[in-house]
Design a binder for this molecule. Sequence first.
Ligand SMILES: CC(C)(COP(=O)(O)OP(=O)(O)OC[C@H]1O[C@@H](n2cnc3c(N)ncnc32)[C@H](O)[C@@H]1OP(=O)(O)O)[C@@H](O)C(=O)NCCC(=O)NCCS
Length: 212
Amino acid sequence: MSSAAMNLTPAPGSLYPEQTTRVIIPATVSAMYTKRLYLRPVQLSDASDIFEYRSRQDVANYLWPKVPHKEVKETENSITKMIFRTPDASGAVGRQFAFAIIQRDDPSQKVIGMASVNALVPAPSIGFGMHPNYWNKGYVSEAVAGVIDAWWRLDRKELESIVLATPPERLFAACNKANVGSMKVLLKNRFELYQEVQLEGDTVALFVQDKP
Ligand SMILES: CC(C)(COP(=O)(O)OP(=O)(O)OC[C@H]1O[C@@H](n2cnc3c(N)ncnc32)[C@H](O)[C@@H]1OP(=O)(O)O)[C@@H](O)C(=O)NCCC(=O)NCCS
């Protein structure tokens, strides 16, 4: 395992360990293009597109709790929850690193999925989802690759004392082990499985990757 001194004991109430926040999130995060996708910062007005899949049981099955959204308001709340409530390394709060997934060649520019870094504390973790009409096309693997690449390119506050005293900066992810597609998306994107834990009757696989 490449991650130095894998002390990954979870912080109380979390799946992930504590990590000093070193990243600086820009006030305006740039949109990006991958081969087939347009990824732009998610907006509250995307809620109705996202609700189309977040309201489906086949999508909720691999989330916790396994309950589909019943109203667009719940989807709006889940978008709002992606706003970081803890400061980045510059001290800024209220920033976000969540992207709507859109097919580049779709004239309607419909949002078909989302890929995001969900929180800064106790450590950053990545999340994703897609409308079942678009599963198995490699779209989420492609979107997650773009988001991770952009994440590691963000500016950092690298104080020398922090660099010497702490392990490498890491990005985390968790997924239901039975969720084959999601496991593959993570493994294809440089994540390493480091632990399995039980949650609500499921086996949850915990993943980590070091800053390249
Ligand atoms: C899991 C999910 C994100 C996968 O999205 P996707 O766009 O279909 O993923 P990709 O097409 O990039 O697939 C990656 C790999 O998984 C495989 N795969 C995808 N879904 C699969 C499934 N249900 N069963 C088996 N393999 C599957 C793909 O064939 C591909 O395999 P390959 O790398 O050998 O070519 C999508 O199914 C989803 O949104 N599920 C509901 C919400 C969810 O589970 N979110 C993640 C929570 S951790």
